[in-house]
Design a protein around this ligand. Sequence first.
Ligand code: ZN
Length: 139
Amino acid sequence: MSVKTFEFTVSTKGGTDIIDITSQVQKIVAGSGMNEGSALVFVPGSTAGITTIEYEPGLLKDYPEFMEKIIPSNIRYHHDDTWHDGNGHSHVRAALQGASFTVPFTNSSLLLGTWQQIILVDFDNRRRNRRIIVQVNGE
Ligand code: ZN
């Protein structure tokens, strides 16, 4: 078993922007020299998260609408009383979603479903450049 850590950068628009990062992660796994193992995909920061979804136009609207319903952007947050950065909802959404996702692979190929993509979701209220960390564990 060995561990290798890689990273790449993604530009986002913020506002629950959803970016498909599957091809970047697959490229890293293929280039890692490992045949079998798992890839941990992680975003540093407290206003973004990683998960999977079927990356299609309907869900790209449904997911932000769902987040707006359960964690509205137009209500009062104590975070904003303290920091005045207006992104209390972004932090709460990121905490709920989680900052990492682990994907197994064999034959240097991610074991994802056909309609399952790995996504970065940026909940912040402004444009951001996000570092994505991919830590590959395998042999
Ligand atoms: Zn904040």
